[in-house]
Design a protein around this ligand. Structure first.
Ligand code: F6P
Length: 547
């Protein structure tokens, strides 16, 4: 049996699970009027209400025992100290250094990384000010109006999600476009909207070797050169964000237009680095720094608060409770707000690429569940789509509801309606609708007894589906920074307890390599027979349809 499952706290949780599994949260709330106070906490303006979880004080105590026995106390300190917690690649994971607004020295291989971090932040400020103020001119002397970020995964999802989330702060910025997919229609549709004289391309790639991004960058460059007077114009229209200086130069981008970051920044943790250049261009560097500040506040909380009062740790351990003891296989995130609609997609990479692993730090295959399938979408839309499954389906889907107390766009009572729906759904997931309540409702509608009996089983909602509610004053750069950092540390905490390396992604390499092998065989004329029967069949079928 794995070390984790041998821990006394794990065993105690297993026994405790047998006692609590059939208890209904309705009863827990009835028995304890202080449940909200007991199971909620704030960090700055942000509230986490975790009272609608299938826990009591014993559960929380045992979950924190588990965190401690799994070494999380030490783990978080090691992360902040720049220890090589990305152990398969022997690297630190120091996204916290990128937003270390107090400049506490953080050493990697004996060298303080803060001067380098601050140098790039300064470079981003100078450049983004120039573009936003219209001082940076295109080849024909016109200012930049459109910015296209060419990147994929962490080099796309973070900047895109943040730009969308902070739309109200981008009103004076350029129009933003994000091209990630190698599907030709993505770049083609984007280029159709653009004027080469007033467009800036950011080639965002940590490795500067990701095939999809490089293909899009080459296409953008060819399109640009069809219009621009010569290759010299590239320097005012193409910049790069990368760790790979040589490849940037080889692509033809002036190294003076390169914004550097480092191998101790993971792709899916990189929006705080120069990968956030698109964000800085859109909302301005002051707002970008507010984003960093918000994240830093959450970092300080995560680093210093005792595990029992630690927001990311509480969320992490609740996830472990459901995944490892209740057998829940997914976790949903429902932002109640239009601007945050892309958050679940962003978190899919953050969570699933981090903790979708099955070998622990001793090189052993784990014998317990690890990262959940993460999904979700904007409220209230989900209520009219997939919420039915949670109300009455057969899966337990723990979830997070997110909401701002104030809207960026007050219109009539829309925002109050939004909040009412958020609170109602969280309550409905918890309470459900009992037989007696369903019967009473139908009687009140004047239905006859036979119809009531026939419909009754269909009307009952079991409830007891757990949820967290996270509330904040307003969606600002600062609160968004805190929110993203909250999830980052939750993911790290879970990965640490599971004994995983949350900062590598070896699985992704396999598909990349196979695509490299298959591409030349798609392009050739001859039928293919060297792969498995299905792959051969699919390629040959396509060849038959090529026009
Ligand atoms: O999909 C794997 C991955 O390596 C992600 O981790 C990363 O965010 C993405 O590809 C993009 O990589 P790069 O920034 O090197 O182009």
């Amino acid at each position: 049996m794995s070390e984790l499952r041998e821990l006394p706290a794990w065993k105690a949780l297993q026994a405790h699970y047998e006692e609590i599994r059939d208890r209904h949260m309705r009863d827990m709330f009835r028995e304890d009027p202080q449940r909200f106070q007991r199971f909620s906490l704030t960090v700055g303006d942000m509230l986490l209400d975790y009272s609608k979880n299938r826990v009591d004080e014993t559960t929380m105590r045992l979950l924190m025992d588990l965190a401690r026995q799994a070494g999380l106390d030490d783990g978080r300190q090691r992360m902040f100290a720049g220890a090589p917690i990305n152990f398969t690649e022997n690297r630190a994971a120091l996204h916290v250094a990128l937003r270390n607004r107090v400049n506490r020295p953080i050493l990697v291989d004996g060298e303080d990384v803060m001067p380098r971090v601050n140098r790039v932040l300064h470079q981003m400020r100078v450049f983004s000010d120039q573009v936003r103020d219209g001082e940076w001119r295109g080849y024909s002397g016109k200012p930049i109006r459109d910015v296209v970020n060419l990147g994929v995964g962490g080099s796309d999802l973070g900047p895109q999600m943040v730009c969308e989330a902070l739309t109200p702060y981008g009103r004076n910025g350029p129009r933003m476009h994000f091209v990630s997919n190698v599907a030709p229609s993505h770049i083609a549709e984007t280029l159709r909207l653009l004027n080469p004289e007033t467009t800036l391309f950011i080639v965002s790639s940590k490795s500067f070797a990701t095939e999809e991004t490089m293909a899009n960058a080459r296409t953008a460059r060819s399109w640009f050169l069809m219009h621009a007077p010569g290759a010299r114009s590239i320097k005012s229209h193409f910049v790069a964000v990368s760790t790979n200086r040589e490849a940037v130069k080889a692509f033809g981008i002036d190294p003076a237009n390169m914004f550097e970051f480092w191998d101790w920044v993971g792709g899916r943790y990189s929006l705080w680095s120069a990968i956030g250049l698109a964000i800085a261009l859109y909302i301005g560097m002051d707002h970008f720094e507010q984003l960093l500040k918000g994240a830093h506040a959450m970092d300080e909380h995560f680093r210093n608060a005792p595990l029992e009062e630690n927001m990311p740790v509480i969320m992490a351990m609740l996830g472990i409770w459901y995944g490892n003891f209740f057998g829940a296989q997914s976790h949903a995130v429902y932002p109640y707000g239009h601007y945050l609609r892309r958050l679940p997609q962003y978190l899919q990479q953050a969570d699933m690429e981090s903790n979708g692993k099955s070998v622990d730090r001793n090189g052993e295959r784990v014998d317990y569940a690890t990262g959940p399938v993460l999904w979700g979408g904007a409220g209230t839309n989900g209520q009219h789509a997939y919420f039915q499954l949670i109300h009455q389906g057969t899966h337990l889907v723990p979830c997070d509801f997110l909401g701002a107390a104030n809207s960026q766009n007050p219109v009539d009572n829309h925002h109050e309606m939004l909040l009412a729906n958020l609170f109602a759904q969280a309550k409905a997931f918890m309470m459900g609708r009992s037989e007696a309540e369903a019967r009473a409702e139908m009687e009140a509608q004047g239905m006859d007894a036979a119809a009531i009996e026939r419909l009754l089983p269909y009307k009952v909602c079991a409830g007891n589906n757990p949820s967290n509610v996270i509330l904040y004053r307003r969606l600002t750069p600062r609160s968004l920074g805190s929110l993203i950092a909250l999830y980052e540390h939750k993911i790290f905490s879970q990965g640490y307890v599971w004994g995983l390396d949350s900062f590598d992604q070896w699985g992704v390499e396999l598909g990349k390599r196979l695509a490299g092998e298959i591409l030349p065989r798609i392009e050739g004329d001859t039928p293919v027979d060297e792969f498995d029967a299905s792959t051969n069949g699919l390629i040959n079928f396509c060849k038959g349809l090529f026009e």
